[in-house]
Design a protein. Structure first.
Length: 147
């Protein structure tokens, strides 16, 4: 019998299919977190839990899962929602996804830098048919090269 795993959120079908090859998978099929009561009930008897940052992994959840629980896979950069002392006492392994937001963070930083340079107003002006080459940045010097 394959190990039983509970996932507290839905995830892409391709991932689900891959997991179903190796595990008896129980998925809370929603983008929203399960209630605490549902999380505790569905964790019972599982060897693995796939959690998100909104899911508190503490003594109550670990007790509800039972002594056969071996791993908590936390889909988050950190593990603030995990009571590390509680999992350590039980010998449960905890994993996370430390680089999951690296690319999105870099993209946001670039977007903010572009917004600060006046790039969005230049794009809007070009789309509106404006041929003006006036500088959209604050004039701090008479030597602006944007004109």
């Amino acid at each position: 019998m394959p190990p039983r795993v509970f996932a507290s959120r839905r995830f892409p079908a391709r991932v689900r299919e891959e997991l179903e090859r190796s595990f008896e998978l129980d998925v809370h099929d929603s983008e929203w977190p399960p209630s605490r009561e549902e999380l505790l009930a569905r964790a019972a008897g599982k060897a693995g839990l796939m959690t998100m940052p909104a899911d508190r992994v503490d003594d109550a959840l670990l007790d509800a899962a039972g002594p056969q629980l071996r791993v908590v896979a936390n889909f988050a950069v950190g593990y603030d929602n995990v009571d590390l002392e509680a999992v350590t006492r039980r010998g449960v392994i905890v994993s996370n996804t430390p680089a999951v937001l690296t690319e999105a963070t870099a993209e946001m930083a670039i977007a903010l830098m572009l917004a600060r340079t006046g790039w969005p107003s230049s794009i809007r002006a070009a789309r509106a048919g404006s041929r003006s080459r006036s500088c959209s940045r604050p004039q701090t010097s008479s030597r602006c090269t944007c004109r």
